[in-house]
Design a protein around this ligand. Sequence first.
Ligand code: NIG
Ligand code: FE
Length: 422
Amino acid sequence: LSHDLTIRNIGELPVVPPGPVPGRRMRDVPLIPHAALVVRDGRIAWFGPEADLPRSGIAPVADEAVCDAAGGCVIPGLIDCHTHTVFAGSREREFVQRIEGRSYAEIAESGGGIRVTVDAVRAATLDQLVALARPRLARMLRGGVTTVEIKSGYGLSVEAELKMLQAIRRLADAATGAADMEIVATYLAAHTTPREFADRPDNYLATVFDEAVLARIRDEKLAEFCDVFTERTAFNVAQSRRVLLAAQRFGMTPKLHADQITQIGASRLAGEVAAASADHLEHIDDAGIAAMKQSGAVAVLLPACSFFLGVAQAPARRMLDADLPVAVATDYNPGSSMVESLPLTMAIACTQMRMTPTEVLVAATANAAAALRRADRLGAIAVGHQADLVVLDVPGHTRWLYEPGRSCVRTVIKRGRIVSEA
Ligand code: NIG
Ligand code: FE
């Protein structure tokens, strides 16, 4: 199959720069009207006004594909940089309990929450976990998502955490998985303390961060990142620091679920350990913003989670004004964000966080790539970048986010190859 392609008749091409794009620059994206884009060998080789294409100096290729965008907008492939897409079971009971007035933290403290999904994931086989995730990923791809991060964290034993990482590995594998997506694995064994370790969180952490386990994850390349839920109901800052540094010694890059429900210093820790990102940040403070700015951590905001829980959104404008690189992701999971649609999540960021459509586009492409340490290759309209692209059936990206709930995605392109066509 050829990885050479020319896209013609593009109504608007937002020239998203490679990330990380600092907050105050996220609204400045040049737009090329009446554009064309040429892919050679799976990479962007040229883009510009369509009228300039004959003078582009690009040699024609015999079997190259031609895609007519029909006046639609072309954007970089979307990157969902924070998901828990591998899970089993349903938490719809908690969904109703919250509507009736109980909070996410109350439900977690009274034995519900993450542990309910842990029971279901432990009971599922590796094959079942893969089979459950595959259609979710296929729908995400049709919605324009070409790269997805997936976390473990519903196993909470060495065996079940490795089972989750192996499921993610199988989904990532071109031969057996969602061949058209790039999948990035994150080890989230420090999600919460499982029941059998009730009041012994340190003993639990000692098992899942045992050096032999970390060595196996490194040797079998089962995870690129290590994430911790740093929260009053999960792990404190000292515990989080300890496990992130241990994982780092085995090649994993730190990430944190930070400042989601309470402020206990998690975003400051993200700065201290040079995390790739700190995610959630509903309760970030000035010290956290300063620490992240210093270290270059990406602020990953999860507006679908606050939407789903019915709680206040993270202070996005404060972080943008502080010039932090801001990303947006779904946090797709059965407890706090049963929202698999990144485009819907982006529309929520517009209306509920007051991010402009242009800022949100950068947040779900260039800055999401930076949160996954792939900004040199993914998430931008730049010569040499991988040709992961989405053709919309609307003339511009603002029109797209103005219509939440309708897909608007016509064609999805991965490495210059059309992988989904509406
Ligand atoms: O990102 N905050 C912690 N972890 C997930 C929720 C997990 C769950 O409730 O199952 C989150 O919101
Ligand atoms: Fe999460």
